[in-house]
Design a protein around this ligand. Sequence first.
Ligand SMILES: NC(=O)c1ccc[n+]([C@@H]2O[C@H](COP(=O)([O-])OP(=O)(O)OC[C@H]3O[C@@H](n4cnc5c(N)ncnc54)[C@H](OP(=O)(O)O)[C@@H]3O)[C@@H](O)[C@H]2O)c1
Length: 283
Amino acid sequence: MDPNTPLLVYGTAWKKGKTAELTGTAVRSVFAAVDTANYPTACSEPLTGNGIAVALKSGIKRSDLFIQIKFTRVWAHERDKIPFNPDQSIKGQIKESIQQSLEHLHVDYLDALLLHIPFAEDSDNLVGWKVFESFVPLNIRALSVSSFSLAQLEDLYANATIKPSIIQNCFYRETGFDIDLREFCKERGITYHAYWMIKHIPEASTSKLLASVAKKLKVEKELAFYILVVGLGGTQVLDGSAKPERMLRGLKAVNEVFGSRAVLYELQPEIEKFRQLLLELAV
Ligand SMILES: NC(=O)c1ccc[n+]([C@@H]2O[C@H](COP(=O)([O-])OP(=O)(O)OC[C@H]3O[C@@H](n4cnc5c(N)ncnc54)[C@H](OP(=O)(O)O)[C@@H]3O)[C@@H](O)[C@H]2O)c1
């Protein structure tokens, strides 16, 4: 992973009417990467765009900000919230959705486009991917996937001309914490985005390891968790806090650890124990 890659990505989902304000706060104060989706069921892309516009007006450079969007297939949308015309080909849906994202976000390029969830038929993943590829590099810089299994990722990777550069997955027990998938990604330079960690891993958040890392780093255990997940390597964490003070504390804590060789060195035994803990919880 590029050493300048932000380790926390601000997640704009479920912020409703506060999306613009929280996105603007996140970008102006700390976050160099923002995740959104043309998916009105959970995200307001137009409000995310307003927040980004305010931040850019305040002096943040577009080139210092990483904006990633998603195309969400029809099945996942609430029926009355599908933003594009669903009665057209996959190609038409994707083109219309990307055009809308560019308009919502008031930018002329996006840093990454994710296929939000796989299609019902694996073969359609490649059909959609070929449409994605037609937008690179002019409007979209990099292509990525979300909620993919290792088998689906391997299949797409083998057949794609432009290889996926990010996978965004729920980091939880049900998928064995994606241990094999993350290994596949590491070997190919694909960044792993972990989401929904706090809600979905009560066993990890109540573990003694987390409590001891939190004490050592003088942070709350949720942040110790983020730090250990980033410490696995090749990983970024989606932070969707709606509390500005929490956003700031999170980024400060992560940057202090990963910005200091000495602190990171000191943390290696705990990171190794964390790998073990995940192996134990995954079975
Ligand atoms: N690709 C996908 O399908 C997918 C699915 C789900 C999510 N995502 C992405 O992941 C992002 C994050 O998801 P999310 O917003 O549901 O989850 P989240 O960031 O994991 O936050 C979940 C809950 O944890 C709380 N929390 C956050 N930091 C905390 C801390 N330091 N201490 C205690 N509680 C803390 C938050 O409360 P407060 O708000 O009060 O801080 C929030 O209620 C989304 O915005 C989206 O970008 C992607």
